[in-house]
Design a protein around this ligand. Structure first.
Ligand SMILES: *Cc1c(COP(=O)(O)O)cnc(C)c1O
Length: 378
């Protein structure tokens, strides 16, 4: 089946018990055994839950992977993946990584003996020169947050394979509708389902999709052993969100393109970051590996922090808030919100300054979005 159909039909649907069209919410911690050693397929909801299972099958299908795992948050998914490693192992990660991922790596996992190097992954040489004898994993994010930097996934996956590294890609910004990293040879895809997959700003959730039997087995073990699971109701909400993912993503892109083009012409704006713009440094690569450019637009304002603060106070349709990927348009300030967990030095190294604003362009009427930006920038 095609993507739109899988988004609605993948997994065990309709429900076997009564044929319910909406996947039932199996709000149960435990399940009756039929006999010693004989179960209905479920025993205890940390190990597996029927509602969660449909979500896991659906995400796996949409990413084109072998198995899916639904987690309590994007960071819970990342915690599971990073536990594939042992103390003493080394990870190469993109430098403009999501702030919470940076915090997990830099402030938590280093205490357990993992080492991290953060680099710009623009070339095979850049990756290879960061490889050490103890390197085991490479962690990618493209388009990156918040500067929408593009990494060549085929190049990165090849470099990882050549050196026996596990490649992990955070696909939160694109969703599988616009980008399917496993097709380029990536081993593991992860999501904050909080964002586009759920799409309604009412769940915090995460997901992992694996592409080999060996990794599936190890991730399944860790998902249960660490207890990083999504609850049945949250799983149901994400499933419900995914059913409209294709039409939402199409409209996010239409609105974001209009917003990026508008900002580009505005005198109060000095720079616009959107991979759909022809002059974005990663435009050609993005056009090659993605089916769409997504709904995130970042820009720098003239006039520094004061101008940004004025703008954020004045927007009415956009709301000043963290997060992204929902129907509601949001405006954020990475330096003090999503990337506050990075040191100023690290932020400046990767180009996040105080003048930077990040927009999650939502599904409101695009003319209302443009008029709102115009009055707030005036
Ligand atoms: C939000 C986000 C995360 C973390 O996900 P949570 O659901 O907030 O734990 C990870 N990566 C990216 C790109 C994100 O935007």
């Amino acid at each position: 089946m095609r993507f739109e159909t899988d988004a609605i039909h993948a997994g065990h649907r309709p429900d076997k018990a009564y044929g319910a069209i909406s996947v039932p919410i199996y709000q149960s911690s435990t399940f009756a055994f039929e006999d010693i050693g004989k179960t209905s397929g479920f025993e205890y909801s940390r190990m597996g839950n029927p509602t969660r299972r449909v979500l896991e099958e659906t995400i796996a299908k949409l990413e084109g992977g072998k198995a899916g795992f639904a987690c309590a948050s994007g960071l819970a998914a990342e915690s599971v993946i990073i536990h594939l490693l042992n103390a003493g192992d080394h990870v190469i990660a993109v430098e403009d990584i999501y702030g919470g991922t940076f915090r997990l790596f830099h402030d938590v996992m280093t205490r357990f003996g993992l080492e991290f190097t953060f680099i710009k992954m623009d070339t095979k040489e850049a990756i290879e020169s960061a490889i050490k004898p103890n390197t085991r994993m490479i962690w990618l994010e493209t388009p990156s947050n918040p500067l929408l930097h593009i990494v060549d996934l085929e190049m990165a996956a090849k470099a990882a394979k050549k050196h026996g590294l596990i490649s992990v890609m955070d696909n939160t910004f694109s969703s599988p509708y616009f980008l399917r990293p496993l097709e380029f040879g990536i081993d593991i895809v992860m999501h904050s389902t909080t964002k586009y997959l759920n799409g309604h700003s009412d769940v915090v959730g995460g997901a992992i999709v694996t592409n080999t039997d060996a990794l599936t087995e190890r991730v399944a073990f860790l998902h249960n052993a660490l207890g990083a699971i999504a609850g049945p109701f949250d799983s149901w909400l994400v499933l419900r969100g995914i059913e409209t993912l294709p039409i939402r993503m199409k409209q996010h892109e239409i609105n974001a393109t209009a917003v990026a083009r508008f900002l580009k012409t505005h005198p109060a704006v000095s720079r616009v970051f959107y991979p759909g713009l022809e002059d974005h440094p990663g435009h050609e690569l993005a056009a090659k590996q993605m089916k769409g450019f997504g709904g995130m637009v970042s820009f720098e304002m003239r006039g520094g922090l004061e101008a940004v603060n004025n703008f954020l106070r004045k927007v009415k349709v956009f709301t000043m808030a963290e997060s992204l990927g929902g129907m509601t348009s949001l405006a954020g300030h990475p330096a003090t919100q999503s990337h506050a967990s990075m040191s100023r030095e690290q932020r400046e190294k990767i180009g996040i300054n105080e003048s930077l604003v990040r927009l999650s362009v939502g599904l409101e009427n695009v003319d209302d979005l443009l008029e709102d930006l115009a009055q707030a920038l005036a």
